[in-house]
Design a binder for this molecule. Structure first.
Ligand code: AMP
Length: 250
């Protein structure tokens, strides 16, 4: 079975982001980029299926500028079999990405598509759900455990106060949580080999998908700065500060 893993290139989780001067976007100029952490977990899970002969091929796909090839090559070093870049320089919103992923999955004949629970740049948490709806496939979101076998999977999702176990028939879309596994570090020889491996490049038009944005961003603003803390001399001073000064920060 062919497994498709969706990888988004995002600003590295360690970088503190800032809005551009005109407040229209997040400033990504000269900022370190990386694979979305949730997508690393998605990829690790798919590669383990391949290693346990539960999947025949793991194909990774990223939609975005040509620099996404770096992310795809990292995925090849992780153990993915093939990589596809859907190249688009414009901002891609979750619905457009879902349509592109649907088209790639149909082209590949995928039986499972694995996405992250959310991309850490836009925190949308929408793409996997939209993709399942467009395809008419089963879905489970925020998977914390997946037991794949036979003609489907048992998927455990963490919910308030416990866990919910779902049985999904194939084909299905899965979005994964960080608790699912610990992604491996690719070895240096694999990283070097991946640099020479081909990445198939497609355009949205090749897939017949209109990626025009449906939503307009009104403004991007930094969160208000937190004011520094201070020391109190004793408990009674603490209590009076809590009574007279403490307030909820909007
Ligand atoms: P989001 O709905 O934007 O929070 O993204 C959820 C998941 O969808 C991500 O973790 C990725 O697996 C996938 N995804 C989102 N955007 C892209 C993209 N541009 N290319 C490939 N996969 C994406």
């Amino acid at each position: 079975m062919n497994v498709l893993v969706a990888l988004k290139r995002v600003v590295d989780a360690e970088v503190s982001v800032r809005p551009t001067a005109d407040g229209s976007a997040v400033d990504t100029a000269n900022v370190r980029m990386a694979m979305n952490p949730f997508d690393e977990v998605a990829l690790e899970e798919a590669v383990r299926w391949k290693e346990h002969a539960l999947a025949t091929e793991v194909v990774v796909v990223s939609c975005g500028p040509s620099a996404c090839q770096d992310t795809l090559r990292t995925a090849l070093a992780f153990g993915a079999d093939r990589a596809v870049l859907v190249q688009a320089d414009a901002d891609l919103q979750p619905l457009a990405v879902a349509k592109l992923l649907k088209a790639v999955a149909e082209r590949e004949g995928s039986g499972i598509i694995v996405c992250g629970k959310q991309a850490i740049d836009d925190d949308s948490g929408q793409t996997g759900q939209m993709l399942a709806a467009l395809l008419g496939w089963s879905q489970a979101v925020a998977a914390a455990k997946v037991e794949l076998g036979g003609d489907g999977a048992l998927v455990t999702q963490e919910i308030d106060g416990g866990a919910e176990v779902l049985q999904l028939p194939l084909p299905f879309v899965l979005t994964v949580d960080l608790h699912l596994n610990h992604p491996r570090y690719p070895s240096l020889p694999n990283v070097l080999k991946a640099k020479k491996r081909p990445v198939e490049v497609l355009l949205p038009a090749d897939l017949g998908v209109d990626v025009a944005p449906r939503l307009a961003t009104v403004r991007i603003a930094e969160a208000p700065r937190r004011r520094g803390g201070g020391r109190v001399a004793d408990v009674s001073e603490l209590l009076s500060k809590l009574r007279d000064e403490a307030r909820v920060i909007p």
